[in-house]
Design a protein around this ligand. Structure first.
Ligand code: SF4
Ligand code: SF4
Length: 347
């Protein structure tokens, strides 16, 4: 078997249909005017020409999930005696994320350090992550707002992906990155791709040169942001337009905050984990009614600081923003995180 493969475009539906027999396959499809990752079904309108509006993060880290069901039981003879039954929801199915973009796949690497690479791995994230294969499409043009090269990444970066694909004229060039990627690659629909490797490399370089560079990650950026921590004037200026809608965090492939709620009727209920957002006033509201981040500039400072200062300080300099540009493209007030970092560097 060759190290790389080539799939003629007309074979793509057949590949997805073959994969769907063994995996739950999620692919970017057109839904009205937006592109969303949905369970692939024959006849779906695939959209590989622009990044999905919402990254595929919810496939591994769902927007809302029941972690476990619980049931209290009272001893009918002695009401002071109770017992508790728990049923964890840890059944995960083999899954493929097809057509993620490099920035989205790298988003999972940001999560891995927090949810997997610790002494207490999150069993829900771990279960889905281990059963998921990520097939990533290298970008063939930057979208408005993209700035991946400024954060040390790129439109063909393979970190976080199991199998990389690059569109080349009449087909796609495939290169496996992991054992999971190699398994997919065994499908007989692939032709030998060795003749296309150089062409793919040139395509990656061409697109990389087109990505805008609002700033370069300079040595000392985390420290520079920390030095501005008490500078309310700077943060108020950067936040003036923000309406605290939280869209930037919900659309971000590297935001992973959540809230936990219990929903109970009688003696039974479920514990639910749902995405939350540090841009919301209630996120840090304490039971005493004190709120350490009651002003929106404190919340935006936290969001930018987390991605460009606190996370890299904790995880060997890794910036927790992959430069996908979604928060810029879809912010209703045109707040631009890349400009904020550039302003901070110059402040
Ligand atoms: S999307 Fe824009 S307006 Fe909404 S919270 Fe984020 S920065 Fe503020
Ligand atoms: S902060 Fe913005 S540009 Fe960076 S990964 Fe999140 S959505 Fe993308």
């Amino acid at each position: 078997m060759a190290d790389t493969g080539f799939l003629p475009k007309e074979n793509l539906p057949a590949l997805l249909e073959a994969l769907s027999k063994k995996f739950a396959v999620f692919a970017p499809v057109l839904d009205g005017e937006v592109v969303l990752f949905k369970r692939f079904a024959p006849g779906a309108t695939l959209c590989l020409t622009r990044p999905a509006n919402l990254p595929p993060k919810g496939i591994i880290f769902p927007q809302s999930e029941t972690l476990f069901n619980f049931n209290f039981k009272k001893d009918p003879e002695d009401p002071k005696k109770t017992s508790l039954e728990l049923k964890e929801n840890l059944d995960f199915v083999p899954t493929i994320i097809f057509g993620s973009r490099p920035c989205d796949a790298q988003g999972f690497r940001i999560y891995d350090r927090v949810y997997l690479e610790t002494d207490t791995a999150d069993p829900y994230y771990k279960g889905r992550r281990e059963k998921t294969t990520i097939i990533t499409l290298a970008c063939n043009a930057p979208s408005p707002g993209c700035f991946c090269t400024s954060v040390g990444r790129g439109p063909a970066e393979s970190d976080g992906s199991d199998l990389m694909m690059t569109e080349l004229g009449k087909g796609y060039f495939f290169e496996p990155m992991t054992e999971k990627g190699k398994e997919i690659f065994k499908d007989s629909l692939f032709e030998d791709g060795s003749a296309y490797k150089e062409q793919a490399q040139k395509a990656h370089e061409r697109v990389s040169a087109l990505v805008k560079k609002p700033f370069a990650i300079l040595e000392g950026t985390p420290e520079k942001l920390l030095s501005l921590f008490e500078n309310s004037q700077f943060w108020e200026g950067e936040t003036a337009k923000c309406i605290s809608c939280g869209a930037c965090t919900y659309l971000c492939p590297t935001c992973y905050c959540f809230n936990i709620t219990d929903e109970q009727v009688g003696n039974s209920g479920e514990r639910i984990r749902s995405w939350d957002a540090c841009m919301f006033f209630h996120f840090t509201l304490e039971a005493s009614s004190h709120n350490p981040r009651q002003n929106k500039h404190q919340r935006l400072k936290n969001r930018v600081g987390h991605k460009f200062s606190y996370y890299p300080k904790k995880y060997q300099g890794v910036i927790a923003c992959c430069g996908c540009g979604r928060c810029i493209r879809y912010c209703p007030m045109s707040v631009d995180i890349s400009e904020i970092v550039a302003h901070a560097q110059g402040a």
